[in-house]
Design a protein around this ligand. Structure first.
Ligand SMILES: [Zn+2]
Length: 102
């Protein structure tokens, strides 16, 4: 591997074969910097999706599953599994129609 000199944008120190400045520990490898930024954006996006409120029916079942009454809990689990299957079939059909239309 050839030697790579990188000048720090922060303090002007020239670094040899380093990703971070030896003087101020600023990141100087632009490829690595972009990669880290991309990962940060992706993580933020994922967090945003997870923070999004689930749909009301799913929410209702999630509450019912944690109910103190065992009978209600089992009933909720039974219907919840049906609901999950309905969603799975629905999304599959959406994919199928999308595929045919395209
Ligand atoms: Zn520096």
């Amino acid at each position: 591997m050839s030697d790579v000199y990188r000048k720090c944008q922060n303090c002007g120190t020239v670094n040899l074969n380093r990703d971070y400045c030896k003087q101020c520990s600023e990141i100087i490898n632009t490829t690595l910097k972009r990669k880290l930024e991309r990962e940060k954006v992706a993580a933020a996006k994922e967090k945003h999706i997870r923070a999004k409120k689930p749909n009301p029916i799913t929410l209702f079942f999630q509450n019912a599953i944690q109910h103190s009454n065992i009978f209600i809990r089992l009933t909720a689990k039974f219907f919840y599994s049906i609901w999950v299957i309905v969603i799975a079939i629905g999304s599959f059909l959406a994919l199928l129609f999308g595929y045919i239309a395209a």
